[in-house]
Design a protein around this ligand. Sequence first.
Ligand code: ZN
Ligand code: ZN
Length: 75
Amino acid sequence: MLRDARPGTPDVLKIRCHRCRGAGRSACETCKGTGQVFRGVDIRGNAAHDRCNGCFGTRTHRCAICGGEGFVERH
Ligand SMILES: [Zn+2]
Ligand SMILES: [Zn+2]
């Protein structure tokens, strides 16, 4: 006979994600959280930027570690 886990005891212990600290989002690494990427210099010598296509200008990603949940299973 298997003993049931005590009620209210989670099977998996979850800890706050170390990457996003529970926010579920992390800064885009492509643009370093600026929302744009440096494209080059135009003919007048001005820096030109494009919207980051890693985060589409939102500056954050769903955290890859916790999948946006903010918590990860402790192993
Ligand atoms: Zn980005
Ligand atoms: Zn996370």
